[in-house]
Design a protein around this ligand. Sequence first.
Ligand code: G3H
Ligand code: 13P
Ligand code: ZN
Length: 306
Amino acid sequence: MVLVTNKELMVAARKGGYAIGAFNVQNLESVKAIVEAAVEECSPAILQITPSVVKYAGMGYITSLVKTAGKEVQVPLAMHLDHGEDYETAIKCVDAGFTSVMIDGSFLSFEENIAVTKRVVNYAHAKGVSVEAELGKLAGVEERSVEEKDAILTDPNNAVEFVEKTGIDTLAVAIGTSHGAYKFKSAAKLDLERLKLINEKVGIPLVLHGASSVPSWICEKATKYGAILDGAKGVAEDQLQQAIKLGIAKINIDTDLRLAFTATVREVLTNSPKEFDPRKILGPAKDAMKEVAKGKMRLFASSGKA
Ligand code: G3H
Ligand code: 13P
Ligand code: ZN
């Protein structure tokens, strides 16, 4: 099957009341983990690549892996640029065969974010590629005042203006999540009231970044084999399910995959100190990553939707 756009997958997801998992990939093992999970769960999936992965793996190598996956399996897959930092990066990815790109102007002023996003939309849409952009800043918001929260999180009225002026296909919102393994100091709580308002006002599917749950069972396994993860905390699974009901149609997961992969590498190296065949170390790590991805597909209710 040819690779499809995020827009196509996410419009169907929003309508059907489920979300597509968008999984960060860096190499052969992570691509195979996600694709095998999608096939076994009969689920659509988004494989996303950051600019730092393009630097690490090389544009040709990493895109060839995802394109090969698209040719070999029957479930719908998208190849998406995650956190494209400028116009040039986004355009390079459109030209390299990505089916969807994110232009992340969330660090710019509102006007500058609109301007760069619109330029990317014009280029990408002419080539049939869908565009995600971000409004608001991803940061932990517990223990912040209402004024501080308003300054960081996505403003529903600004979101309407942003979508109208840019013509984007999907919008990443800031509602209290953040990237990495240390998202919250106390109880994890998303601003679901704000999400409800944005969803009512904006007609396009929404994206949630920084959505890993940092499950204790993975942290315990990693810690058992030597990792230090003091204070790691993610988004509760029931909060993600509520967010899906309020218009989130793409959920970004990177940290949980990394944790599962490296916990298993640690386990194999500890339990089999004589092992030095990379396949015997990375194979089980790939399988651990696959199991986490399958769990997300079931949680997001995309299983069986391919
Ligand atoms: O937000 C995206 C990732 O979790 C960070 O990815 O380390 O490949 O830039 P990166
Ligand atoms: P996590 O760090 O919570 O996995 O978020 C990943 C992400 O948002 C990638 O864009
Ligand atoms: Zn992100």
